[in-house]
Design a protein around this ligand. Structure first.
Ligand code: COA
Length: 154
């Protein structure tokens, strides 16, 4: 199921001590600790970091990394010619003890701004039917359902 960014709102102000920046190799351990499955976390983080089409934005405060947005950029041919750039939010995770403080929203706003600066025409997120919390999170930001995607297990 695809949710396509439809409308943007200004992010809610956060304490100035929280900022969003690009992740680097030094963030690897903290990024691993954000993920659910420790057995695969390092492999996953390394795959993201070495993929040229993937960008990691992290929310940082004085206590460390509070969340991450994993952005994947793809270039798609337009039927009428030319190309368009689409950014997919492949994963967005906030540290469990920091949820509900608008950190996720701040990361999402930064992801959309990052996409606009790179002239992407669309930001997408894929959310499972049963994942109602994640769906509400994206919808509360302005994302809307889109049903133009067909998929097949490979
Ligand atoms: C989903 C997630 C990223 C939200 O991060 P967060 O920092 O807690 O969310 P925010 O405080 O920025 O919430 C922004 C809005 O999203 C909605 N929202 C956030 N968490 C929600 C939840 N658990 N249930 C329903 N709505 C939720 C609310 O509308 C909220 O607005 P409000 O504060 O005015 O009520 C976080 O709960 C998380 O890391 N979950 C596990 C991973 C995941 O499911 N990621 C999303 C799919 S990739």
């Amino acid at each position: 199921m695809s949710i396509v960014e439809a409308q943007l709102r200004s992010p809610v102000a956060l304490p100035p001590s929280i900022r969003v920046r690009l992740a680097g190799a030094r963030d690897c351990d903290e990024l691993c600790s954000l993920l659910d499955n420790p057995a695969y976390a390092r492999e996953q983080v390394m795959a993201w970091m070495t993929d040229p089409a993937t960008t990691l934005l992290v929310a940082q405060s004085e206590i460390g990394v509070l969340g991450v947005a994993v952005l994947m950029t793809r270039v798609v041919a337009r039927p009428e010619g030319g190309i368009r750039k689409i950014v997919e939010v492949d994963n967005l995770v906030v540290r469990a003890d920091q949820r509900g403080r608008r950190i996720g929203r701040r990361l999402l706003a930064a992801a959309v701004e990052w996409s606009r600066q790179r002239r992407a025409v669309q930001v997408e997120a894929f959310v499972g039917e049963v994942d109602r919390d994640a769906r509400r999170f994206y919808e509360s930001f302005g994302f809307a359902r889109s049903s133009d995607r067909l998929v097949l297990a490979a």
